[in-house]
Write a protein of this length. Sequence first.
Length: 143
Amino acid sequence: MSRVLHFHPRRPRPATLPTQLEEIERHVHERSPNWRSPVVIYAIAIALMLLIALVELARAGGPQYVAGITYFDRGVAGQPITWTGGIVNYYTDQGSLSSLLPGANADAFVAEAFSRWTSITTAAVASNRAGQLAEDVNGTNVI
């Protein structure tokens, strides 16, 4: 004769209220990103591919433009294009740029911008306000 054994499940332990620390740890664990999820892996892979593809656009120091053989003397090919004597001559408009920026204030604004640029100790460039433009630039004569 066969006996049938019946196992009764244990009674569950009474639920205890989690301590504040356990509750915080649970929330932190639930909100922490899963670094092995496919979305995160694909995002990292795409970021790396973009970095590799766009590295050609990155530029370090050095001249922006160098002389070539077209429009330049062939003897200076490959030399950096610079301003004559290291001086940038600029011209300002005759009139006011707007009701908010009268001509004298605009001239001072441009002079201040150039002074910040040329006051850098390693900048081998100076600026010179060479005067005003030959005509007043405004909305009627700009195409």
